[in-house]
Design a protein around this ligand. Structure first.
Ligand code: PMP
Length: 333
């Protein structure tokens, strides 16, 4: 029998998809790791499982306990579903600007959802700080205790990618890999995967693909954290060097404007039949840029983070695109 053991057993071992159009356009082999096929629908299922398993191993999470987290959505969905499978409740703090689809999905998954106004990290009202305070309160009041998942600075997150995503990519490519590209939310995916690949082949070129409004492109390209502009992409962009990102072996950084990433999202749907979210567009656009830098004949892997169905009301909504001054493909009107 070829059977996976429940929700938890279905996380990971995702296929690697050849992106034909991006590959033909560059003369390289561009491969997307299909993280949208995880059972909770995103790459963040891996981080959720890694963080919960680590807390269990350390004896911090007791049966019936509560997992508290601040999240743009996908980590919360992963935590809520891992929680369902393992017998924990979840309390999720989310900035109210995130897509309605993700909020509806979080409630459906059983998360106790607390929406807060979007505030910068330095503001005590920022969703990450609110979730931290809430976790401290619930740790004292809940009969079975509570933990703060702390995806940004809990390195169990990147360790999960170091132990799974990286080795899977290595095995699936048979070691024929020249570059790896990813955007950063927490940095867990990029750092953990890159460290695993570099350990096996130090010449693998690692690239950050960063949206406008994030401070990281400026940091890795010019040595100073500085954010300019804004982006419609969700779940990525960062204003600081998180613990997960610290010491990440990043060789090159690209800033990908929405005009470029959104065009890639539409191209992936139109020419490949892949309906993906905005961060996948940033990642594939970054892979195309790295391919152009390395030249034909190289193999580059990136992450297809989640599905476009999570963004129907934004990325795939002509009125929203017009409002943001982004082009709408003819077939969408
Ligand atoms: N894409 C999406 C859609 C996400 O939700 C996230 C996580 N916030 C990322 C990319 C980035 O992943 P990481 O947190 O591992 O950097």
């Amino acid at each position: 029998m070829d059977v996976r053991d429940g929700f938890i057993g279905t996380i990971g071992d995702t296929p690697l998809i050849k992106l034909r159009h991006a590959s033909e356009a560059t003369g390289c082999t561009i491969l997307g790791k299909a993280e949208f096929l995880n059972p909770g629908g995103s790459v963040k299922d891996r981080a959720a499982l890694a963080i919960v398993s680590d807390a269990e191993r350390r004896g911090l999470l007791r049966p019936g306990g509560v997992i508290v987290e601040g999240t743009a959505g996908n980590t919360g969905i992963g935590l809520a579903l891992v929680g369902r499978a393992r017998g924990y409740r979840t309390v999720i703090v989310i900035p109210e600007t995130q897509s309605q689809e993700k909020k509806d999905m979080l409630r459906l998954c059983g998360a106790d959802l607390r929406e807060v106004p979007a505030k910068p990290y330095r503001d005590p009202g920022n969703y990450v700080h609110v979730s931290h305070r809430l976790a401290d309160e619930l740790a004292a009041s809940e009969p079975n205790g509570a933990i703060w998942a702390n995806q940004f600075d809990n390195v169990a997150n990147r360790q999960g990618h170091f132990e799974t995503t990286g080795p899977e990519i290595w095995d699936q490519t048979g070691g024929h890999i020249d570059g790896f590209v990813a955007a950063v939310g927490t940095g867990g995916t990029l750092a953990g995967t890159a460290m695993a690949l570099k350990q096996r082949k130090p010449t693998v070129k690692v690239a950050l693909a960063d949206p406008p409004g994030s401070a990281l492109w400026h940091y890795y390209a010019k040595g100073e954290l500085k954010a300019e502009g804004s982006s419609i992409t969700e779940g990525i962009g960062q204003g600081r060097i998180t613990a997960n990102l610290a010491d990440a072996p990043i060789d090159v950084a690209f800033q990908i404007p929405d005009s470029e990433s959104v065009a890639v999202v539409f191209d992936l749907l139109e020419r490949e039949g892949l309906c993906l979210g905005g961060s996948s567009g940033v990642n594939v656009a970054g892979a195309i840029r790295l391919a152009r830098e390395l030249g034909p004949g190289h193999t580059i892997v990136t992450i297809l983070c989640d599905s476009g169905t999570r963004y129907m009301s934004k990325l795939f909504n002509p009125a929203f695109l017009r409002e943001k001054d982004l082009p709408t493909p003819g077939w969408m009107k």
